[in-house]
Design a binder for this molecule. Structure first.
Ligand code: MIC
Length: 657
């Protein structure tokens, strides 16, 4: 479907894109380039970004605001994570970035509270960056090196998305909250429903959602595979910015009454029920009654998917004066210090602790398996955004995702519980929260950028854990290499390059991190791949939506370090597809029948790569020399991406220029 610029320009998304467009046509599918106002990076992806800035020879950040958060790798067991934090702080001082210290808070809500400005563009090396769409920003998750380029003042390239208008009507009922809305979207559309789309919410129901409610929905829009999620900037945004003592940053940004969307959807908020995503995909959603009664061993409340004060306060109000079930570990990690401060002022922290909560420091922690891994047989119920296999740090985990209301109700009973049954079960009426009109703003753990003169004196501090960027060579003209791994549909980057407390501390050390690649698919992959590296390299074959989930470019860099040359998949997730190109790996799309035919260890060959990619046709022929067959495959790369790939990736491409 094509859309003329004039129609798209009347949606909030169209206005945001139109105001930042530096190249290209606003026709869905066409490559466009956007000017970027703000960036965010977090520690688990940020160390690579800072190494990339160093390699680019950047003198000083050229954005309006760039902030480095430390929120993922907070457990300091051994010196590695602390060395990453130290390196990141020195890089912020050197390159003129803000530094949000460990313990200050998770990037997304903290960025929204302290830096979000309606009408601006934001890119972040974290797939949940679209959370800032809650303020009428265009916020997009990207691989680190793309964010590094944005910090250096370069535009960001992407495919012009379709705009998916979701009309909200009515109001959520008691015991149902914003998380249930995004879970309802995932129930309807699954984890690929949003690929190459921006989800834009509009209609009378939008007004009934606070800015933080909108954050919940925009944050987890990443699970739909969407390029971003956008809400209007309206009175609710003005209220939010006022409560953050930043009322002056408010700008109205709304769609025209008769704005036209490329794709249409409607949700009656009054009809939304409590929802739960069952193991092991955020798209595996059912209404809570369908799984009610399932025993659980753990409840975790926290993460950027339910980061607002109300998300913790409602849980505290539900458990107030009661004890959580003895069989349940009730883990709570408030998303930011500011929120913890407000919860404490309200007395809610005490309610949580008295009910049996294990209170953790502000950060992502269990959301990426940085602690709080469950047993391999027990069920863990979380307010987090993802439950991909093994992501909790337990290989065969059973993680369910839900709202804070469902989580708190279940913590009390020890089984998955529909919070709407609490009045009858426990005589508990739906709590009415009395939230402070003003947040406890405290920016003491946010270090401002140094002046240019001061920054010029700063040396990067590289402890033993800070490795080097891999050397990337130009793409060969011929590939003839074995398939080392074949995986199915919806393989997430958590499968390709696992997170968890064991692997994450090596995010700045690619050779070491690579030892964990595809750990739960084939523990022998890193060794076999390394053996292939200096010889033929190797190939990976995937089903549809290959590489969904996180923005971690490590899921491309580490396999590339191990000699990966091509990935053949039925389709790719947006960020990972671009990350492959950025690190000199050729992504090719193949048909289902050909996917079915390929076997592990088959040798695939592609000749005349340079001519084939620079020609006019997207179609190429891959030969299976083991089976004596041929497959017609497609690359969907723009001429700019072809150049980058053939140079061996963005780093050599930039160096050549
Ligand atoms: C995630 O939610 O998967 C992460 C961990 O935040 C990632 C980033 C990472 O892998 O460091 C993301 O979403 O991009």
């Amino acid at each position: 479907m094509t859309t003329s610029t004039s129609t798209v320009a009347r949606t909030v998304t169209g206005r945001l894109i139109g105001a930042h467009l530096v190249e290209g046509e606003m026709t869905p599918g066409a490559e466009i380039a956007l000017r970027i106002d703000q960036t965010l990076t977090q520690d688990a992806t940020g160390t690579m970004v800072m190494l990339e800035l160093e390699a680019m020879g950047l003198d000083r950040a050229r954005t309006e605001v760039s902030v480095q958060y430390v929120d993922h790798n907070l457990l300091q067991s051994g010196s590695r994570n602390a060395e990453d934090h130290e390196f990141l702080r020195s890089a912020c001082r050197r390159f003129g970035l803000w530094y949000s210290k460990a313990g200050n808070g998770v990037s997304h809500p903290t960025h929204m509270q302290r830096f979000g400005v309606p009408g601006k563009t934001l890119v972040g090396s974290d797939s949940h960056t679209p959370a800032a769409g809650s303020l009428g920003m265009l916020a997009i998750g990207l691989g680190g090196i793309e964010v590094a380029r944005a910090i250096a003042g370069e535009p960001v390239y992407l495919r012009m998305p379709e705009v998916w208008g979701v009309r909200l009507t009515n109001e959520l009922r008691p015991w149902v909250s914003a998380k249930d809305v995004i879970l309802e979207m995932l129930r309807r559309h699954g984890v690929k429903g949003g690929v190459n789309r921006v989800v834009e919410y509009y209609g009378p129901g939008v007004d009934t959602l606070t800015a933080m409610d909108r954050h919940v929905i925009a944050n987890m829009g990443a699970e739909l595979g969407a390029t971003s999620t956008v809400f209007p900037s309206d009175e609710r945004v003005r209220e939010f910015l006022r409560s953050e003592q930043r009322g002056d940053d408010y700008v109205e940004l709304v769609a025209d009454e008769d704005a036209e969307y490329d794709v249409h959807e409607a949700i009656d908020l009054a009809a939304v029920e409590p929802m739960v995503a069952k193991p092991r995909s955020p798209g595996n959603v059912v209404p809570v009654p369908e799984v009610a009664g399932t025993e659980i061993e753990q409840v975790v409340i926290g993460s950027s998917a339910n980061p607002g004060l109300r998300d913790f306060a409602i849980a505290a109000a539900i458990v107030r004066g009661r004890q959580t079930d003895p069989s349940v570990s009730f883990d709570v990690n408030p998303t930011s210090r500011q929120i913890l401060q407000d919860l404490t002022k309200m007395g809610a922290t005490l309610d949580l602790i008295a009910a049996g909560a294990r209170l953790h420091q502000s950060g992502c922690l269990g959301c990426i398996g940085m602690g709080q891994s469950p047993t391999s047989h027990g069920n863990s119920l979380r307010t987090m955004p993802r439950n991909f296999p093994g992501r909790s740090g337990t290989a065969d985990d059973h993680v369910y995702l839900c709202s804070p209301e469902t989580a708190a109700a279940s913590a009390l009973t020890g089984v998955i519980t529909d919070p709407r049954t609490l009045p009858e079960r426990l005589g508990l009426e739906h709590p009415i929260l009395d939230l402070p009109a003003e947040s406890s703003v405290n920016a003491a753990m946010l270090e401002e950028p140094l002046s240019a003169d001061e920054a010029a004196e700063v040396e990067l501090v590289k402890g033993a854990n800070i490795g080097d960027l891999p050397e990337l060579t130009a793409y060969p003209d011929q590939v003839e290499a074995p398939v080392l791994v074949k995986v199915g549909d919806d393989i997430s980057t958590d499968t390709i390059m696992p997170a968890g407390a064991e692997a994450l501390p090596y995010r700045s050390n690619i050779p070491k991190l690579a030892e964990f690649a595809f750990r739960d698919v084939d523990g022998d992959y890193p060794r076999k791949a390394l053996d292939s590296r200096d010889d033929t390299g190797h190939v990976i074959v995937g089903g549809s939506n290959y590489g969904q989930g996180s923005s971690r470019e490590h899921a491309a860099i580490a396999p590339r370090y191990l000699g990966l040359r091509m990935v053949l998949a039925q389709s790719f997730a947006r960020i990972h597809w671009q990350n492959l190109v950025n690190f000199g790996i050729l992504p090719l799309e193949l048909d289902e029948a050909d996917y079915d035919a390929i076997e592990v260890d088959d040798v695939l060959s592609l000749d005349g790569v340079h001519d084939a990619l620079t020609g006019d046709v997207e179609q190429l022929t891959v030969r299976n020399t083991t089976q004596g067959t041929e497959y017609a495959v497609r690359h969907r790369l723009s001429p700019r991406q072809v150049e980058v790939l053939l140079a061996g990736g963005l780093i050599p491409w930039l160096r050549d220029r």
